[in-house]
Design a protein around this ligand. Structure first.
Ligand code: NAD
Length: 267
């Protein structure tokens, strides 16, 4: 992380959705470490996340606040942006990260899971971008980072809603970038392969049970099969890339879908 990245991030207001766990938590810590004031979000009541908020505060000097909101609801996205603006100022950095997964063959895929995944993994980013872009354009500086996936670039079977939502998110990223291109606002999608987080740990548990094989076999033969470097990426790597995109090195990077996937999408 360069000093220049920290210069650009210091004192900025950052809203990171789904930041009580996994990648969002790593991104929130990296932004606080770089000097941003960060609004943390998840679905959990505030009392239950006090240890997580303390962990994020421990990463640096920036202010840290929390709003619980169910971002599968457009009204809740609007409330989150309003609360952030009231408490910390209008977001200068928006990281759309909250997301869930459901794995099932198409014929059996529950319609309510489809609706949830499209609402949370795709529509929430539209609503938050719509609410935050005006301020960013007016001040001539803004960073929108959509946490997409390798599944925003390539598909896998049994993940119809997730793959559709992440491909859509990469499309939204390009449109946002083009509309904001002359205003000092960039928008990019980070596209991780597998990152070691609770979301992935649950997938490993589920697959070990359904195939009746040890977790180590699931990791080697199923999860990391498409990831050529055979390693999980870390949340710290995603945090560092986020800070980089906010800094000097990221000023001309916009509309990009950036794989962090150990070579997966090079196939
Ligand atoms: P995670 O399960 O560890 O964290 C998910 C976060 O989203 C939590 O903070 C949770 O509270 C929040 N959340 C869940 N439902 C919500 C809702 N309705 N409203 C608001 N917040 C909600 O997951 P993760 O692995 O850190 O994934 C984060 C993002 O990264 C997701 O968009 C996911 O698709 C993407 N991603 C993850 C991986 C991976 O390997 N872990 C790979 C590629 C992309």
């Amino acid at each position: 992380m360069s000093d220049q990245s920290n210069q650009d991030v210091k004192g900025r207001t950052a809203l990171v959705t789904g930041s009580t766990s996994g990648i969002g938590l790593g991104v929130a810590k990296a932004l606080v470490a770089a000097g941003a004031n960060v609004m943390v979000n998840g679905r959990t009541p505030k009392g239950d996340v006090s240890a997580i908020l303390d962990e994020i505060r421990g990463a640096g000097d920036g202010q840290v606040d929390y709003v619980s909101a169910d971002l599968s609801q457009a009204t809740e996205v609007a409330r989150l942006v309003e609360e952030t603006t009231t408490r910390l100022g209008a977001p200068d950095i928006l990281v759309n990260n909250a997301g869930v997964q459901h794995v099932s063959p198409l014929e059996d895929f529950p319609a309510e899971k489809w609706e949830l995944i499209i609402s949370l993994n795709l529509s929430a980013a539209f609503h938050s971008t719509k609410a935050c872009l005006g301020h960013m354009k007016t001040q001539g500086w803004g960073r929108i980072i959509n946490v997409s996936s390798a599944h925003g670039i390539v598909a896998s079977p049994f993940k119809s809603a997730y793959v559709a939502a992440k491909h859509g998110l990469n499309g939204l990223t390009k449109v946002t970038a083009l509309e904001a291109a002359e205003t000092g606002v960039t928008c990019n999608a980070i596209c991780p392969g597998y990152v070691w987080t609770p979301l992935v740990a649950k997938q490993i548990d589920d697959q070990a049970k359904s195939h009746n094989i040890p977790k180590e076999d699931v990791i080697r033969d199923i999860i990391l099969k498409p990831q050529p470097n055979k390693q999980f990426a870390t949340v710290e790597e995603i945090g560092a890339l986020t800070v980089f995109l906010c800094g000097m090195g990221g000023r001309s990077i916009t509309g990009a879908s950036l794989p962090v996937d150990g070579g997966w999408t090079a196939h």
